[in-house]
Write a protein that binds this ligand. Structure first.
Ligand SMILES: Nc1nc2c(ncn2[C@@H]2O[C@H](COP(=O)(O)OP(=O)(O)O)[C@@H](O)[C@H]2O)c(=O)[nH]1
Ligand SMILES: [Mg+2]
Length: 324
């Protein structure tokens, strides 16, 4: 592969060619310096063709029904003629050797739908790395003509915060019962969610789902909404019932319409792009710092001095920073 090939990547993706889409995602995933340069050039070529999709993030604890939800809603949309891409941010997927999308029995129908494209979580050493790659993959999907991009993220640690900053609408799925009513409140999920949906509202579970909904509504009243235009609603849904997730989609569209009216939609996207740039700058600076020969040469000695209280952390940091 060389730099001249970038044009072929851009052309292939813009044509919606699945093989080129997959290849470009592999390129985005690679951390080889040449590939990073190529990916950056490719992304520049794709950028003018991005931005037109509905970016929907889905979070929730394992087992809440995220993958099933994505398949249910994805099928509904794909059957309506939408082109649906599904991505995942799962920093644990490498360690567990699988992926939240890795279970082949799930999303089976969506995976073979001609209007759908499913890509499991990219590999990466850090969550930041995984999230950055997912962002680029999202742009690849948009350039390839997908008009709905769903990002599934496992509801642990910071992955949900990362995903909430790359989507237009962030959905938190919850389940009723077993003291679960307050799941996520501690993690501040209610503050970043654009809607809460109590999932598995079907069969014997219906009643419990509706009382959980009331409890969450009360909890949501204690949260100051991020937008003056939108108070995040609490819904119920089910992926076991046909059309059981359509209400969620309608909420996504209503949010979109309102946010576009007030121009908050564009503002949010612009702020996200800038935040992303700063995030990349910070990680890039950190990498460069660690790779600096003077830093590397002096780090062991200075660290040792700090450990043994022979040098203050402040003085040590200043010394190390002076090398770059
Ligand atoms: N009754 C019911 N079960 C569901 C629903 N959605 C998912 N499940 C079941 O919940 C389990 C976990 O679902 P999964 O989508 O893998 O959850 P994830 O870990 O959040 O991705 C599976 O056994 C699903 O069949 C639903 O709407 N209703
Ligand atoms: Mg899953």
């Amino acid at each position: 592969m060389d730099l001249h090939q970038c044009d072929a990547f851009v052309k292939g993706v813009l044509e919606g060619n699945r093989r080129w889409i997959a290849k470009s995602m592999t390129l985005v995933e690679s951390s080889l310096p040449l590939h990073r340069t190529m990916a950056a050039r490719m992304m520049d070529g794709l950028l003018p063709h991005t931005g037109k999709s509905v970016r929907l993030g889905i979070t929730g604890v394992p087992g809440v029904g995220k993958s099933t939800f994505v398949e249910n809603l994805g099928l509904y949309l794909a059957n309506k003629g939408h082109k649906v891409a599904v991505l995942a941010v799962d920093p644990s997927s490498q360690r567990s050797g699988g992926s939240i999308l890795g279970d082949k029995t799930r999303m089976e129908q969506l995976a073979c739908h001609e209007n759908a494209f499913i890509r499991p979580s990219p590999s990466g050493e850090t969550l930041g790395g995984v999230a950055a790659k997912t962002r680029e993959m999202m742009l690849v999907c948009e350039a390839a003509g997908f008009d709905v991009v769903m990002v599934e993220t496992v509801g642990v640690g910071q992955s949900e915060t990362q995903v909430s900053t790359m989507v237009d609408f962030f959905l938190a799925l919850m389940i009723a019962g077993a003291g679960d009513e307050l799941q996520g409140i501690k993690k501040g999920i209610l503050e970043v969610a654009d809607a809460i949906a109590i999932n598995k509202a079907d069969g014997d579970n219906l009643e419990r789902a509706s009382s959980a909904r009331q409890e969450y509504e009360i909890a949501m009243h204690m949260v100051t909404p991020e937008s003056p235009t939108w108070r995040p609603p609490v819904l119920t849904c089910s992926s076991m019932l046909e059309g059981g997730t359509v209400n969620v989609w309608e909420t996504v569209l209503e949010h979109r319409r309102k946010m576009k009216e007030t121009k908050e939609f564009e503002q949010r996207r612009r702020a996200q792009a800038l935040d992303w740039m700063w995030h990349l700058l910070e990680t890039g600076l950190k990498d460069r710092f660690k790779e600096n020969p003077d830093v590397r040469a002096n780090m062991p000695h200075i660290s040792h001095q700090v450990e043994n209280e022979l040098m203050s952390p402040t003085a040590a940091a200043e010394r190390l920073l002076s090398y770059v």
